[in-house]
Design a protein. Structure first.
Ligand SMILES: Cc1cc2nc3c(=O)[nH]c(=O)nc-3n(C[C@H](O)[C@H](O)[C@H](O)COP(=O)(O)OP(=O)(O)OC[C@H]3O[C@@H](n4cnc5c(N)ncnc54)[C@H](O)[C@@H]3O)c2cc1C
Ligand code: SF4
Ligand code: SF4
Lengths: 394, 484
């Protein structure tokens, strides 16, 4: 039942929140500020105030909504099944139609839809980085690639590897690692490449529904057929899996069913992974990206896939967000920094407990944001690829 | 955090801003709305100003500013209280303690820790992992509630059956008294000389001052733990088993009951393998030396068989234990899958009357045409009947209130008490005279006045004297200020 308020939210979704507060500790922005208006319970309550009581959507109200990382930690934690993603996405859409997103964000998002320009930009940045002209931030890896990488692709292969936009340009070595592992398991892999481009995740995050829908249609048109689409970026995977809900067409629902996080797919096809020849190297700390743990619920698969090759160490913060949150770190740097501090402290404790020195993360956004704070972060598939390399004595 | 304009003509605001800073003093419509409620269905008045102090001195400055400008003040932790203890009445200064969340000192050899009041209960036990010690009080809200709130409400939890409620685990408290003075009540070790003012303060619900540092006792982790899930075809059989376990001289670490509606609501969320067709389940936790635990498991299995349990499952590993407990601790939150609103009672009855009173509760609820879920600390007879309703339904609140009152009456008549652990707050103060004589209440008022002669510390709470405010009503769906 939709209530006739300014946000168009479902009355039942709002009523599902019983104000118990069990979500509070799972909300990164509440953890940092201790402030109800930065918590899921507070945000839901403010949405209800605007929707049902005609409370003003003033600056204070807007700030409460725009400081949400959209990590969905609250949705996982809520025993009452409040559909927070639905509530905040709808709210953000209304907000972005009333006030345009900041210029930086709009320019950045436009770039994502233009892979050639993005690749060119990244190479320019890579040169500037080597000249020491770019300060270290969480927005790009500390050392961007200058050239093409290995880029192995088999057109018409058994599975598709969704290469995306930023990641294809900035961290092609991760895609290479995935291809290595899949090929070692006897599968041929086609990279989706520049013709497909960006999945629209960040557009959707920013409340730009129209643009997100256009990106979704373009991606679907470029990837017909029924081959499985494997994704090695948790953020992109979550967005692709939501095309059904975004477009609401049977074709989009069918498309979304073809999408798998690469770990999820490998865990279900474990016979492709070679027998481990004992654990390699040091223990490794697992960081669960929110888009893997809360949005897709497949974080267990990372453990199943990497576990046989390395000793895994768990963090003690129950999957609390790291603060990266797509463009969040750029829009709310202070709050994001506070959230990252907590994650760094948790990583520090895990390092101390276990002697580990490396973190794995299945989302490039988290990886870069943590790396910018000096943590060594790898992609889980890189660990598996290296274990295979070692056994082949390369 | 939203910024207050640095310049303001309101003298109270200027005083607060100069003591804290503009960012940590909020008066926006949103802040005042959010800080006017806790996890209960009690609606009172509106907050005047919301403050986020970070030190004892700042807390004291907030209190002094409130007094100087003729305002009340209310302490608040995580706002998970279920009796409206942190709900404001007359535009008070709300002193929010969540930013005081440092664990100041852990002394493993003396088994104590000093913490700030905003430390989340579960965070302390997590912090202690590896030391072999933990903080024993474990309210079902322990992942969210603060230790300051636990102290103020003298909160209990499933494991308090064996280990005792919060007051048994608080050695000393640094308090900002209602006139702004800072004192320490209690001692790290040994009994304090003179009256036990620490004991008086614990459970004070914010009416005796604000706790700013707390010295807690740490409990040794048990060498062995076993969690059992017993399943029954009738609530009566489960209740009799509870009495039988206690009568056999065992004190389990925890002994909890959940009825079928609760089990059905939480199972899809936790996937703990609860039998959703059972009329009631008991969770029994045993701890101690491995041989003793094994022996008690045998005894409980036998008692369960005699009282008609359908099955007894012993959790095989830590993950299974955690899932069973997660189900129990999610119960209050999981009810929205049935109805969007709940009204939770919290009375204590003699264990021997469990079967009888629980049966009576089902009848009372039936008479009012409502739905009830029963999930409670069976081992100490602490009932938590949850009345479920949809506040959007016309006239439903009257029926909820009538059922609630009747449950309190039946409990007290059975030889029980008003509140097990959630406190009196705004919710239950009208029932105080059911349990206490006028002389009792007068004595309690004198204690309160000794701490707070001018009556500015969370007034209108706990004791049925003085100004009244607050009514049980639905949250969120009524315009502000509408008291039902
Ligand atoms: C899902 C759920 C399950 C629960 N389970 C249990 C349970 O098993 N057992 C149980 O006992 N309770 C339970 N509760 C009730 C509640 O969580 C406890 O009463 C808890 O101790 C409140 O802590 P808080 O930090 O949220 O305090 P708040 O709700 O913020 O405040 C509670 C009271 O304490 C006062 N106060 C807070 N901090 C201070 C301070 N530093 N100094 C002085 N006064 C202060 C406030 O003024 C108020 O009167 C549950 C609640 C929920 C929502
Ligand atoms: S969102 Fe869920 S967990 Fe949070 S307060 Fe509402 S019902 Fe409770
Ligand atoms: S999505 Fe994340 S940041 Fe937003 S309210 Fe939920 S837990 Fe908090």
């Amino acid at each position: 039942m939709n209530v006739p308020g300014p946000l168009g939210l479902s009355g039942d979704s709002l009523a599902a929140c019983v104000q118990c507060g069990l979500c509070l500790p799972h909300c990164p922005t509440y953890r940092v500020t201790g402030d109800e208006s930065r918590s899921p319970r507070g945000r839901i309550s403010l949405m209800a105030a605007a929707e049902l009581d005609g409370a003003p959507m003033d600056d204070e109200w807007l700030e409460a909504m725009s400081t949400c990382v959209q990590c969905l930690g609250c949705e996982t934690a809520c025993p009452s099944g409040v559909p927070f993603e639905e509530l905040i996405t709808t709210t953000r859409e209304v907000m972005s139609s009333d006030r345009p997103a900041p210029l930086r964000l709009r320019l950045g998002l436009r770039l994502l839809g233009r892979p050639r320009l993005l690749h060119w930009g990244v190479r320019t940045l890579a040169v500037l980085q080597r000249l020491g002209l770019v300060p270290r931030s969480g927005l790009f890896p500390a050392r961007l690639p200058l050239g093409g990488g290995q880029r192995r692709s088999t057109p018409g292969g058994d599975v598709l590897l969704f290469t995306g936009c930023v990641m294809d340009a900035c961290q092609p070595e991760i895609h290479d690692a995935v291809v290595d592992v899949l090929v070692a398991g006897g599968r041929s892999v086609e990279r989706t490449g520049e013709a497909v481009g960006c999945c629209g995740a960040l557009h959707g995050h920013a409340g730009l529904r129209g643009e997100a829908m256009r990106r979704a249609e373009a991606v679907m048109a470029a990837l017909p057929g029924d081959r499985p689409i494997l994704v090695d970026s948790a953020g992109c995977g979550a967005a692709l899996k939501r095309y059904g809900g975004l477009l609401g067409t049977p074709a989009a629902v069918a498309f979304a069913e073809r999408v798998f996080d690469v770990h999820e797919w490998l865990a279900a096809n474990a016979e492709l992974l070679p027998e481990p020849s004992g654990l390699v190297g040091q223990p490794i700390v697992v960081q669960d990206p929110c888009h893997l743990r809360h949005a897709q619920g497949v974080h267990g698969a990372v453990r199943e896939v990497v576990g046989p090759y390395a000793t895994l160490v768990e963090l003690d913060d129950e999957g609390l967000c790291c603060g990266a949150g797509g463009a969040f770190q750029m829009l709310e740097p202070e709050l994001a920094g506070g959230v990252r501090e907590r994650k760094l402290a948790s990583i520090g404790r895990a390092f101390e407990r276990s002697g580990a020195r490396t973190v794995i993360s299945a989302n490039p956004g988290c990886a870069m944001y943590l790396a910018a704070a000096g943590v060594e972060v790898r992609h889980p598939m890189e660990i598996v690829a290296e274990a295979l390399e070692d056994r082949h004595g390369r | 955090m939203r910024r207050m304009s640095g310049r303001t003509r309101d003298p109270l605001l200027s005083a607060l801003i100069s003591a804290l800073d503009a960012q940590r003093v909020q008066t926006g419509d949103g802040a005042r709305r959010l800080y006017s409620r806790d996890a209960s269905v009690i609606r009172g008045g509106r907050v005047g100003v919301v403050c986020f102090p970070e030190t004892t001195e700042e807390v004291s400055a907030c209190v002094v500013a409130a007094l100087a400008h003729g305002r009340d003040f209310v302490a608040r932790g995580a706002g998970t209280g279920l009796a409206g203890g942190a709900v404001p009445c007359d535009e008070p200064v709300m002193v929010v303690l969540t930013r005081m969340d440092r664990i100041l000192e852990v002394d493993v050899s003396r088994r104590l820790a000093w913490v700030e009041p905003g430390v989340v209960n579960l965070d302390l036990s997590r912090h202690l992992s590896g030391t072999g010690l933990h903080f024993a009080p474990d309210p079902s809200s322990q992942q969210s509630c603060t230790i300051g709130g636990n102290v103020a409400n003298n909160s209990g939890g499933p494991h308090c059956l064996l280990y005792g409620v919060t007051s048994a685990h608080v050695l000393a408290v640094e308090v900002v008294l209602p006139d702004g003075e800072v004192v320490v009540l209690g001692e790290e070790e040994g009994d304090s000389v003179g009256y036990d003012l620490r004991g008086a303060f614990v459970g004070g619900e914010g009416t005796l001052g604000i706790a700013t540092r707390i010295c807690v006792r740490l409990t040794e982790d048990p060498p062995d733990v076993a969690t059992l899930l017993l399943d029954f075809m009738s609530v009566g059989a489960a209740a009799e088993t509870v009495s039988a376990i206690i009568a056999a001289g065992m004190i389990p670490a925890a002994l909890e009951m959940m009825d079928q509606r609760v089990v059905e609501a939480v199972e899809p969320f936790v996937n703990a393998g609860y039998p959703t067709d059972a009329a009631a389940v008991l969770i029994v936790e045993l701890d101690g030396q491995p041989s003793g635990v094994a022996d008690e498991i045998r005894q409980i299995k036998e008692l369960a068989r005699v009282h008609g349990a359908r099955s007894v499952r012993v959790a095989a590993e830590e993950g299974e234990r955690e899932r069973i407990w997660k189900g129990r601790k999610s119960a209050f939150g999981a009810i929205a899958v049935i109805k969007p609103d709940y009204y939770l009672n919290d009375t204590v009855i003699p264990r021997t009357k469990l079967a009888e009173v629980v049966q009576r509760i089902y009848e009372i609820v039936e008479e009012q045409d409502l739905i009830v879920m029963n999930v409670f600390h069976a081992g100490d007879g602490n009932l938590h009947p949850l009345l479920l309703f949809d506040a959007r339904e016309a006239g439903v609140m009257e029926r909820v209130l009538a059922a609630g009152e009747e449950i309190v009456r039946v409990s007290v008549a059975a030889g029980g008490v008003l509140s097990g652990e959630h406190g009196i707050g705004l919710e239950k103060k009208r029932f105080m005279s059911l349990q206490f004589s006028p002389a009792d209440l007068e004595a309690q008022q004198r204690l309160r006045s000794a701490f707070d002669p001018v009556g500015r510390a969370n007034p209108a709470k706990v004791l049925p004297t003085g100004a009244s405010c607050g009514h049980v009503t639905s949250l969120g769906r009524l315009p502000d200020g509408a008291w039902v």
